[in-house]
Design a protein around this ligand. Structure first.
Ligand SMILES: [Zn+2]
Length: 177
């Protein structure tokens, strides 16, 4: 993926938790975000962060393209079959995917999926994932391990499925050394 490093997509955690003067030290031309992120900004701090970016003309609010949205969901299912990512998280991933830009996020789950599907991400404060985690599903009744399922019910026996970590690679760890 070719990455345009002067633009980023921001998720909700960045608005809520970030000290915006720090993010503004990055020489960034445009921060993108989605309407679903904007709707989640309820507290004073995140709304004033939003207003700062709007005032200096650096915030572009854009809806992800539905075609790319479907592509991203299909990719997520390979690593996280019944994902706990929210609609907003998937919007953020989709916008970054279609614009070929990186995400800034503090959310570890979102970082993990971004790493798995090849979307670059940055953190400004907070923790960064050290390993990629791939989720599969294990049936609590028949013990079958599934990599795909439409819900948390076993398609074979109807038992409840539990998410399990099945493969962890160290690619991110090695790269950061
Ligand atoms: Zn089963």
């Amino acid at each position: 993926m070719v990455t345009n490093i002067i633009s980023f997509v921001l998720d909700t955690t960045v608005f809520i938790r970030l000290d915006f003067p720090r993010i503004l030290e990055l020489s960034v031309s445009t921060f993108y975000t989605t309407n679903s992120v904007i709707l989640e900004l309820k507290d004073f701090r995140s709304r004033s962060n939003r207003d700062i970016l709007i005032q200096i003309n650096k915030l572009v609010i854009e809806e992800p393209n539905p075609i790319y949205f479907k592509e991203v969901i299909a990719k997520i299912r390979h690593f996280d079959p019944v994902t706990s990512l929210s609609r907003t998280d998937i919007d953020v991933l989709t916008l970054a995917y279609q614009k070929k830009v990186a995400i800034i996020t503090n959310d570890l789950n979102l970082q993990n999926i971004a790493a798995n599907i090849g979307i670059p991400f940055f953190i400004v404060t907070g923790k960064r994932i050290k390993q990629k985690i791939r989720w599969k599903l294990r049936c609590l009744s028949c013990n079958k391990i599934l990599s795909q399922a439409d819900s948390l019910k076993c398609p074979l026996c109807g038992g409840n499925l539990k998410k399990i970590r099945t493969s962890i690679n160290n690619e991110l760890k090695r790269k950061s050394k």
